[in-house]
Write a new protein. Sequence first.
Length: 201
Amino acid sequence: MRYCPNCTKELIAENHGGRDRLACPDKDCGFVDFGNFSMGCGGIVMRDGKALLVQRGWEPARGAWQLPGGYVEHDESLMTAVEREVMEETGITARARDVVAFRHSVGQPLGGRSTNIYVVFRLDYIEGEPHGDGDETMDAGFFSRAEIEGMDALQAMSRWAIYRAWETPEEGGFDLERDLTILPDRPGWQAFAARRAERLD
């Protein structure tokens, strides 16, 4: 990046937050390049003890199996994004319940140059039969633990996340915080926290 994406002035190196970063010299503009970041989400949908997987239709790893998921748009919530991705890639309607895992990846040539956080949700199955979308996904289906354990072409991240979901109690994930007596009720905010222990009498 050489020019400011906001006002087109040529960027200069300035110290911001303890390190040199490209910044716009126009203080009224205020643009600072803090790097390239993205957020992704994946969905674990269980039906009759089986986990929903999709078969990749795109390279890299075309034909391999993984969780349905993708990038979170800049103007949508995490829960909306994961429900949308599951529907788009599999035809399954499901509702996000809780967070069971997340992965942080520093940008690099292998795996993407964007530093990324990938949040894995458990979702409650509502309706639909799985199928590929004919583009991103070649196929989709529900698979048992025995079937998943025997899969060679299963993405390691997906295998790890599914096992974590199986091992996490139904009440053990991170829930959407609905008690806003402490947190401010701000448009666009979603906070997730471990479920409170029941008070013992």
